[in-house]
Design a protein around this ligand. Structure first.
Ligand SMILES: NC(=O)C1=CN([C@@H]2O[C@H](COP(=O)(O)OP(=O)(O)OC[C@H]3O[C@@H](n4cnc5c(N)ncnc54)[C@H](O)[C@@H]3O)[C@@H](O)[C@H]2O)C=CC1
Ligand SMILES: Nc1nc(O)c(N)c(N[C@@H]2O[C@H](COP(=O)(O)O)[C@@H](O)[C@H]2O)n1
Length: 241
């Protein structure tokens, strides 16, 4: 069922000083990634959720925005059974990706699961030049690493600088999971090499959170294939450059 994933390479191009970027998320038939007021929804069925964890295991780092951390309190770890680890990956032990959070104003909660002593890798938090320095020290004392990068006029971390910073930290592959703001930024950036979209056979309705609010600048796709995973479909494609 997952052989299409094992045939995919997530390595940077030889001349690129940035990680391979994979954008992947789950949406409903009406293009929603969350419910009313951002309510977290489990859209993926068990088979496509396993695909997500296989993908996590294949990437050096995993990125979400601070909106997702505040809303979902995610762990961003790989959870695969020993049997699946052997059957679906080439790793002999679970390898968790490095969590990376885009957090312009350092709103990261001190109580987040990503900061628990049991978290396998403490988060890298990417913030802007204007942030609370005491909060930064507190987060660092809890194990986080804080990177300060430039932000654009809308207060968003500039993605080319982010990618070159991650590459300098030996991150060769980056899996971007969301949420809506981050998906839109990466889709428009021209910096995504692989796109894997889980489509679940449900409707959320007009009050749900759309994956993409504004399609201006979104890419055309090539090399498109569709894979049945239980009741879901995973679309795999490359944004045309
Ligand atoms: N179905 C799925 O696969 C997923 C669903 N979600 C859902 O997404 C929702 C959260 O989405 P959002 O509120 O839009 O938050 P988000 O997770 O996209 O974070 C957006 C925030 O990140 C910061 N940021 C810094 N640099 C940025 C940049 N270059 N581009 C974009 N943002 C940048 C800004 O402070 C911005 O407000 C939640 O409801 C969550 O459940 C999140 C991930 C996956
Ligand atoms: N693949 C996928 N399918 C869904 O239905 C989802 N809701 C998500 N959400 C993403 O997974 C994060 C939670 O991760 P942990 O289980 O805590 O490790 C959530 O924050 C979204 O990024 N993904």
């Amino acid at each position: 069922m997952y052989s299409f994933l094992s045939h995919m390479a997530f390595a940077p191009a030889p001349d690129a000083a940035q990680p391979h970027v994979t954008l992947t998320f789950a949406q409903s038939l009406d293009g929603k990634i969350a419910g009313k007021h951002g309510q977290q929804l489990i859209l993926s069925g068990p088979q496509s959720m396993k695909a997500t964890h296989i993908l996590r295991s294949r990437h050096d780092a995993i990125l979400v925005g601070i909106g997702t951390v505040l809303n979902d309190d995610p762990r961003l770890t790989v959870r695969l059974s020993p049997e699946d680890l052997v059957a679906e990956t080439t790793a002999s032990a679970l390898q968790h990706p490095q969590p990376v959070i885009l957090d312009t104003a350092l709103r990261f909660p001190r109580t987040a699961k990503l900061l628990l002593p049991t978290a396998p890798k403490k988060p890298w938090i990417v913030t802007g030049p204007i942030h609370n320095k005491d909060k930064r020290l507190e987060l660092e004392a809890l194990g986080a690493r804080v990177f300060v990068l430039e932000v654009d006029a809308q207060g968003r971390v500039t993605l080319p600088e982010l990618l070159s910073t991650l590459y300098q930290q030996s991150i060769q592959s980056l899996m971007v999971e969301g949420g809506a703001g981050v998906i839109s930024s990466f889709l428009k950036s021209g910096l995504v090499q692989s796109f894997l979209l889980t489509i679940a056979p449900v409707y959320v309705g007009e009050h749900g959170v759309s994956a993409v609010q504004d399609a201006e600048g979104a890419p055309v796709f090539r090399d498109i294939s569709y894979h049945s995973l239980g009741q879901d479909v995973m679309m795999v494609a490359k944004p045309a450059s």
